[in-house]
Design a protein around this ligand. Structure first.
Ligand code: M6R
Length: 615
């Protein structure tokens, strides 16, 4: 869960690597560092804090000339965030320097052995162990850097995306990956290395995505050479043309990425179903589903594995798969699933949901399911990500880059894809009538405009945020399809404003949480017209009689909840199954405004990172 960037070529390396680090800060932001080679000297600057703190430090300490640089932005795993533990790390001789995203699990035994051979360590990190292991292999076996990295990595247990530079061989960088992403940008007489393609988009659209257990020798004046780390076989580099553009990864006039991404939802949802939903012909076309229709139709059960917001999207889809396609569904936290010896058979379909496609627990759950013979289908946003590649088939959400740590458009586009799949299967199984099917398609097509309408509540939501911004706790309640939305609303508030919040099925309130309600407690209740409306209204009465403050998310034109609640936020009417796509919008805005009013770092909340590539 760190970002790595490297450059070797004819341009000034420093600004490229610093800007690249800024784009990758979503991956981790507790410390940052850079190694620069000016043709003669290898220099390192690193600091606890963000990339701007690194820039200040570099201004004070270094000259920035040079055409080779490696940079790192960190999310601490081994060793607290401080200057010493920040990357890059030197080897003992200070000839080698390394940047690393991942975890070397057996670093302690390797460190012990290296200490016995006279190596010393400044930091608490696993990464400093790895660079010294490489140095040790190089000197002991008299190997070139590339070969030494390969031999060292064969001794390592864990995950990594690394870039290593040797000042005695200043025309090459060695990069390798296992479990953590690594892209190589291929320009004319220059190369870029990065955790994703965003740092080099303005320089080249040609990229090689390293596969697991591959090592790349990136040498100026030559093609990139790729080898398998284990068996040393050569791999033909596959250079792909990137579809991403710079605009997509910039804030485009919004104060925060999160706000931009909330507002992108109408177009993101449209992009998700574009070409897949043909309402005139009453057809849903998704090649990943069509090609595997037999498997889907024969499935006895669908198991959904995911984490965080993606898990919430999975919960929403549980309702729609069971309701419309009549397939039993279990939704599992990937982290629990992988460690509890689950019963999985060849008749199960596992759907893995992940925005980043890099979440370690989800990836491990996929591998487990595959090993038991299940067919695994991925729902990812990031094209070419590890999960997209590890699954048997899948469907992309096409949401475009999501940079704010708090997921917003990922959630609604995941629900859109999963709804399309459920509807397609329902049609194929005959569990939905053709008129009902058509009705769902027509309603789904209207969702982007209805999301636009829901966004019009923004200034009112801001007023509500101002009233409740100092709350210490919040409850979120919903029933049926909107219970997972309550969970998601609570997660959004927690992660960016640090206010304690819980989501509950509204009816569960009286089994415990109702004891928390007093005049200090804001309760956000999703009470849209379809779906247990009267029951939710009764729950609202129960809150009101205990003096809780009620913020209702209601269907346009509602009067009943309006009479009871302290505030109501309206969303357009739609089918119950699609209502989460609308009810989630005011909850995203509410947490956003509260966090901004509290002065929190909305896009980079404390202790978090965008993709959780460690267990
Ligand atoms: O990339 P993924 O969808 O696999 O990420 C899963 C979670 O880490 C992620 O949804 C996380 O909970 C977000 N910060 C929520 O906003």
């Amino acid at each position: 869960m760190c970002g790595i960037v490297g450059y070797i070529g004819y341009r000034e390396a420093y600004p490229i690597v610093i800007n690249g680090l800024k784009r990758l800060e979503y991956r981790g932001y507790d410390s940052a560092g850079i190694a620069l080679f000016d043709g003669e000297h290898l220099k390192v600057a690193k600091t606890k804090g963000k990339v701007v703190d690194l820039e200040d430090k570099v201004k004070r300490e270094l000259t920035t000339d040079g055409h080779i640089a490696l940079g790192h932005t960190r999310w601490a795993t081994h060793g607290v965030p401080n200057d010493v533990n920040s990357h890059p790390h030197y080897s003992n001789s200070e000839n080698l320097v390394i940047i690393h995203n991942g975890i070397i699990e057996n670093y302690e035994s390797l460190k012990k052995a290296l200490k016995e051979r006279g190596y010393t360590f400044k930091s608490d990190t696993d990464t400093e162990v790895l660079v010294n292991l490489i140095e040790d292999v190089m000197s002991k076996e008299n190997l070139k850097l590339g070969k030494a990295v390969q031999v060292a990595l064969n001794q390592v247990i864990g995950a990594y995306a690394i870039a290593v530079f040797d000042k005695n061989k200043p025309d090459e960088i060695i990069a390798a990956r296992l479990g953590s992403p690594l892209a190589i940008g291929v320009g004319k007489d220059e190369f870029f290395i990065a955790s994703d393609a965003s740092p080099f988009l303005e320089f080249t659209k040609n990229a090689i995505y390293l596969e697991d257990e591959e090592l790349a020798i990136i040498r100026l004046g030559r093609d990139v050479k790729i080898r398998k780390i284990k068996d040393d076989s050569m791999v033909d580099p596959y250079v792909q043309a990137l579809q991403l553009n710079l605009e997509q990864i910039e804030k485009g006039g919004y104060e925060h990425f999160m706000l931009k991404e909330i507002y992108e939802q109408p177009s993101a949802i449209l992009d998700t179903f574009r070409g897949r939903l043909l309402s005139n012909e009453a057809i849903i076309k998704m090649s990943g589903v069509e090609d595997n229709m037999k498997k889907f139709l024969n499935a006895e059960r669908i198991i959904i594995v995911a984490c965080g917001t993606s898990w919430h999207a999975g919960l929403v889809s549980e309702y729609i798969f069971e309701d419309l396609a009549r397939i039993p569904v279990e939704v599992e936290y990937a982290s629990e699933f992988r460690y509890r010896n689950p019963v999985i058979t060849e008749k199960d379909i596992v759907i893995a949901i992940s925005q980043s496609g890099e979440t370690a627990d989800t990836l491990a759950a996929i591998k487990l399911a595959k090993s038991k013979g299940a067919f695994v289908f991925g729902v990812c946003n990031v094209v070419g990500s590890s999960i997209a590649r590890e699954t048997h088939a899948g469907a992309y959400t096409h949401a475009g880059p999501e940079i704010g740590v708090a997921s917003t458009k990922a959630f609604t586009t995941q629900i859109t894809v999963l709804s399309l799949i459920a509807l397609r299967l329902a049609r194929a199984k005959g569990t939905i009538s053709s008129s009902d099917f058509r009705h769902h398609l027509i309603e789904l097509e209207l969702i982007p405009d209805k999301v636009k309408k829901a966004l019009e509540s923004d200034s009112y939501v801001k007023t509500v945020a101002d009233i409740y911004k100092t709350a210490k706790n919040c409850l979120y309640l919903g029933r049926g399809y909107n219970f997972p939305v309550a969970l998601e609303g609570a997660l959004k508030l927690k992660e960016i404003s640090y206010i304690h919040a819980e989501g509950y099925p509204a009816a569960e309130m009286k089994h415990g949480p109702i004891a928390l309600i007093d005049e200090q407690m804001p309760v956000i209740v999703i009470a849209t017209k379809k779906g247990h409306y009267e029951k939710v209204v009764s729950n609202i009465q129960e809150i009101k009689s205990r003096k809780g403050k009620i913020i209702g998310v209601v269907t346009e034109g509602d009067t009943q909840v309006k009479d009871l609640a302290d505030h109501v936020i309206e969303v357009p009417e739609t089918l119950e199954a699609l209502s989460p796509l609308l009810t989630t919008i005011p909850l995203q805005l509410l947490s956003y405004h509260i966090a901004v009013m509290l002065g929190k770092n909305v896009d980079q909340p404390r202790n978090l990172a965008k993709s959780v590539t460690v267990e």
